[in-house]
Design a protein around this ligand. Sequence first.
Ligand SMILES: *Cc1c(COP(=O)(O)O)cnc(C)c1O
Length: 377
Amino acid sequence: MLDLKRQYQPLHQELLAAVGHVLETQQFILGEQVAAFEQAAAHQLGVSHALGCSSGTDALWLALASAGIGPGSTVLTTPFSFFASVSSILRAGATAVLADIDPTTFNLSPTAVEAVLDGPQGKAVRAILAVHLYGQCADWTAFGRIGHERGVKLIEDAAQAWGAEWNGVKAGALGDVAAFSFYPTKNLSAAGDAGMVTTNSDVIAERAKMLRQHGMRRRYYHDEIGWNTRMDGFQGAILAVKLRYVGGWNHARHTVARRYQAMFHAAGLAEAGPYPSRGVVLPHEAAGSRHVWHQYVIRTARRDALRAFLAERKIGSEIYYPVPLHMQEALKCLGYGAGSFPEAERAAREVLALPIFPELREDEQQTVVSAIAEFLS
Ligand SMILES: *Cc1c(COP(=O)(O)O)cnc(C)c1O
């Protein structure tokens, strides 16, 4: 599914030198390495502020809290994402409300969002938290308009989308504030847990800086109850090195995705979406979107049997995500149930992520596609 050693090998010397530098300077928490990474990251994304923190989950909490979301606020998000997209809203003390997804992109549906905003829960909504799932931005033409018209804040869960764009604007620079994750499997990854908050707002940035260090503006003077969610120096140093390569890696992912597309078409397996019948529905890149292919996700009717068939042949695949968030045990408190979000529930039964990473070889992809062809024949 993912071979991280292929990324590490050519960077071995550079990463060791970066780690060595942190040991030389003994700056283990934030410090000059993290500051340098933050500056380079902000520059690359075209955003005014980038603040390193300890994970993507903490970045989501920090983004929400620094945008003024807390007890009494309601945040609207998707049921089809990683758990943290919803749990961070609850951790911030706010209420989470969900809307269904678009079946072609798997991202939050602007139409479903507007229906909720027009419904009984709509008036309480202070923010929309849109996830750029699998490395493709949510429909920001629509969300930008909705945010403006309705006066709600727009928050990006960009954990899977470093380098993705919507009409030439990078993820992280689209909303009021955004959260990134550098978990080791993400397309820009640390050597442990790390995350980042980005924003163009000086006010939000100042609050985020304060909240990531126990609400301190001055050392040992606490203005608010924050948290300890600082990035450590080793992660900053490693990420600063990888930041110089991530553009090339995203380009290589794009090449891998195009090759899958060509191979599935050549094998006669590709079918028009959004729902599968006998073949495979390939991922859809929306107009105006620059996908970074964090995941390559197909839809297929006999998904679980296909996954078992691939596993027997030692071919990795993954399901992101098998249980929609409104059906998670821990989130029963949201008050939804089976049938609440039919698109998310159907996607959870049909999606399958195939191996994709910058160093994946053409012959390996051919093995994957041939096995799927054999299963479907
Ligand atoms: C990975 C991920 C997170 C959480 O990031 P961590 O760094 O693992 O805490 C949040 N949202 C999405 C969509 C993710 O993929």
